[in-house]
Design a protein around this ligand. Sequence first.
Ligand code: P6P
Length: 335
Amino acid sequence: MSRSGITVTEHLLRQQRLHPLASGAFTVLLSELIVAAKIISKEVRKSGLTDILGLTGDINVQGEAVKKLDQFAHAVIVERMSHLGQLCAMVSEESADIIEIPVKYKRGGYVLVFDPLDGSSNIDANVNIGTIFSILKKVSPGEQVVSADVLQPGYNQVAAGYFLYGTSTMMVYTTGGGLNGFTLYPAIGEFLLSHENITIPEKGKIFSVNMGYANYWDENVTAVMDHFTQADPEKGLPYSLRYIGSLVADFHRTLLYGGIFMYPPDKKDPKKPRGKLRLTCECAPLAMLVKEAGGLATDGETDILNIEPEEIHQRVPIYIGSREDVETVMGILKG
Ligand code: P6P
């Protein structure tokens, strides 16, 4: 099989062989997550054809109307990952509290943090949506799970990635040794290596933000948008604006084409002054990925990977993408 025919399972095993002390627990964990993603992908692909679309009437912890596919994706991951014997706890965007592994199952030394189906507001419009995951090692001694095990800074992540349910289903992940992308080949049900050693361009031509909130930003954030929209061809300005409103899709385009994705703080919702996106299950995993690709991620002051979470659903502003573009933004935000 040519190099491009490498399955993600073979790739995981190669990564494992690079770490002689690796127990294989990690490979088992990621392999099962891949099975969960294939099940979710199958459901997402047919979602336009069944009555699974539409609201369940439930509200998730974020106060957002939950669509059935959200709950389905959450349930598939929780059910499949609970009995593996590799996890001690899980954190899901769809669950208010830490999900402990039932005592009937053997517990392991890893913590899985995930957003089961991000971009769910786009489900009915058939727009790309995705699953984001982050894996941490348990840090406290003994079997008992404590908050310190899940409230770890992003630089402690041992792996991160996402599944993108778009024109094709893709998996992008890192265990710290580079960033690789795999495309699902439905005929054989395998993710095949399609994007080896992804690196993000040093500088892009696209900025991605919801300009509809312009009246809710402070003057420094406004100055950032003025920078990208000014007419100065010698500086390669203005940039193009692309915003899908589905984080995984906007991030994936930024990763491959370069540029910057931003969700700044805004005064639109007094309950969310620090922006909308969650630190542990969205921003920290994407920050690990972009760093592996040579990019940067910041909340405007601090590297996302250095932020110590205070609670599992903490929200942070995020500016993530090409190194030069993020550095330009940080300079403007400093005023
Ligand atoms: P807004 C989708 O609901 C989501 O959580 C992310 O996928 C996306 O980046 C963001 O919210 C869009 O938020 O406020 O621009 O609609």
